[in-house]
Ligand binder design. Structure first.
Ligand code: AMP
Length: 562
């Protein structure tokens, strides 16, 4: 096989797995880290999200698993600051090890203890988890780390800023002292260096330099919002901003799918640029964005890599990146080719410290602004309507419509009332977009570690219940009750771990229809109901058997049985 990963003398199955993922040559961080970790060295790598660091530590871990026989118990432990990252990293490790017999398990707050216990008992080789929950499992004697060979601290600075240092120390204390330890971090503040001094043996340091972009022509604003009101804030802003093609960044790919779906439900033309999309699907989404068929592209840093589009009016940071350089990179997508660009960040009180880091890094202060009020939004809608009406009145090209008005007037209706009724019909779409309430942002309270762990657990629960709500919004399956829509049944569901965003993305790209036209989605265990506009039904059914999801590349779709 002529894949440059062969140079590391990895097991051929690992090279084949990365080859299948389309990796032909290793990225910088991989070139530097893989040989060191394979040689058993401890490594400190200063690198960012999106640099390819996951494969850099995962491949040596998997190589160890592939070459050692009769391994028992957990062999490798990867610590991540958040639940989302734990899932993302566990997914990546499973993919790299897909041709080996390797069991990878994510561990995070909110999971059912009984299920974790059963899985661990059956045998897990690699655990990827958040510090709080890992400690809980150790305390309850569910997790034994005495056989761990390698420990990776991923996004160590982020774990530090979340107050996890002590938990990390406790967890490291549960692993053998002769373990290999690697640490990945965007920055290396003092406490991280102290941690390294204490727990690592003669670590090799490497620095991966990222690109720096200029942000001088970009107007940078931020809005302080409560976490659960981010969506309401975003929708208010996109209603009143003079908006063109817009990029919205979220932290995880799951969030990007969810947010795109929420926007679509509100009548905005949005799609997620998903890291899971096959290359041709990605190209089709980008084409729809370039040609203006969709206005909002929701992406993660990773999915937006290499994205090169000139005419972006706004970049939104729905979540602030941890890494200031990622921020610069994100907002550099707007304000290109001499045009003005606007970068808007939604910031929760908890994210204030990230904002400070970004301001220090860019040596620029972001302007804080007030969200539009409910009445601003209504006023804006009306002004917009008046503008459009004025254009049509000036064009004087509505002859057919005039005939209809004349008929109504002849039938005895008052012309003003006729016009008002017409506007009422035009505004029907606004019902999809009720202006949601936004409450005042509470000042930051300095949280204890215990509070943080609770928040982590709550977050786990909250996103599960939010997901649940999304799947439940239409209990009476069968016919689609939205006029003009037809309910189809896709043979892929919850047990396959599918998200509404993935469904929209996959159907839209495979059948080549705009994602925002897809209606309600109701995810069941083994199938999903999807409402599709009548005019696209044959196109969607025509691709049955060709809908490709990660676990299932030949998914069928048919009319739902009523
Ligand atoms: P990470 O920083 O590990 O999250 O990786 C960033 C992105 O780069 C992910 O989408 C990976 O799938 C991708 N990636 C990692 N290594 C390579 C490689 N050698 N070639 C192409 N893509 C890669």
């Amino acid at each position: 096989m002529t894949n440059e990963f062969s140079r590391f003398n990895l097991d051929p199955k690992l090279v084949q797995a990365v080859d299948q993922l389309g990796y032909t040559s290793p990225m910088d961080v991989q070139v530097q880290v893989i040989p060191l970790m394979l040689a058993g060295e401890d490594v400190i790598a200063q690198s960012q999200t999106g640099s390819g660091k996951t494969a850099a530590f995962a491949l040596p871990i998997l190589q160890n698993l592939a070459t050692q026989e009769n391994l028992r118990g957990v062999q490798a432990l990867i610590l991540t600051p958040t639940r989302e990252l734990a899932i993302q990293v566990a997914d990546a490790v499973s993919q790299y090890g897909s041709l080996l017999d390797v069991e990878v398990m994510p561990v995070y707050g909110g999971q059912h203890y009984g299920t974790s216990k059963r899985r661990i008992k059956k045998g897990v080789d690699v655990i990827v988890g958040t510090p709080g929950r890992l400690q809980d499992l150790i305390r309850q004697d569910i997790l034994d780390l005495s056989g761990v060979h390698t420990v990776v601290l991923d996004e160590a600075d982020e774990m530090l800023s979340m107050g996890f240092i002590e938990d990390i120390e406790n967890i490291l204390g549960e692993t053998p002292t002769k373990r290999q330890t690697s640490l990945f971090s965007a920055t290396l503040p003092k406490p991280i260096r102290r941690l390294a001094d204490k727990y690592m043996i003669a670590p090799q340091s490497i620095i991966i330099k990222g690109k720096q972009l200029t942000v001088a022509t970009i107007e940078q604003r931020y809005y302080l919002v409560n976490e659960k009101e981010k969506l309401a804030a975003l929708t208010r802003l996109i209603e009143v901003e003079d908006i063109g093609a817009t990029l919205i960044f979220t932290r995880t790919r799951l969030d990007s799918g969810r947010l795109a779906n929420e926007l679509v439900q509100r009548g905005f033309s949005a799609e997620a640029l998903n890291g899971d999309l096959a290359q041709d699907a990605r190209i089709r989404v980008l084409n729809r964005f370039r040609t203006g068929q969709i206005r909002f592209l929701v992406a993660t840093d990773v999915a937006a890599r290499g994205l090169d589009i000139d005419d972006i009016s706004h970049v939104f940071n729905y979540d602030l990146p941890t890494d200031p350089e990622a921020y610069v990179h994100r907002i550099g997508r707007t304000g290109r080719a001499g045009k003005d660009g606007i970068a808007i960040s939604l910031i929760t009180p908890d994210e204030k410290s990230r904002l400070n880091r970004i301001e220090k890094y860019t040596r620029q202060q972001l302007i804080t602004a007030e969200l539009p009020t409910e009445s601003d939004v209504y006023k804006h809608r009306e002004n917009h309507l008046i503008d459009r009406m004025t254009i049509w009145l000036e064009r004087d090209r509505s002859k057919r419509e005039q005939v209809i008005v004349e008929e109504l007037v002849a039938a005895g209706h008052d012309p003003v009332k006729v016009a008002a009724a017409a506007l009422k019909i035009v505004r029907e779409g606004e019902k999809q977009r009720p202006v949601e309430k936004i409450s005042e942002v509470r000042p930051i309270r300095s949280k204890s570690r215990r509070d943080k762990r609770k928040t982590e657990q709550r977050k786990g629960r909250r996103s599960i219940s939010r997901k649940h709500k999304m799947h439940q919004f239409d209990k009476e399956s069968g016919i689609s009750h939205e006029e003009g829509m037809v309910r189809l049944s896709l043979a892929h569901g919850r047990v396959h771990g599918v998200s509404p965003g993935e469904i929209v993305g996959t159907i839209a790209s495979r059948a080549n229809i705009p994602g925002y036209t897809i209606g309600k989605i109701l995810i069941h265990d083994r199938h999903t109901f999807v409402d599709v506009p009548e005019e696209y039904v044959s196109r969607v059914l025509g691709q049955t058997g060709a809908y490709k999801f990660r676990e299932n590349p030949h998914v069928t779709i048919e009319r739902a049985k009523v």
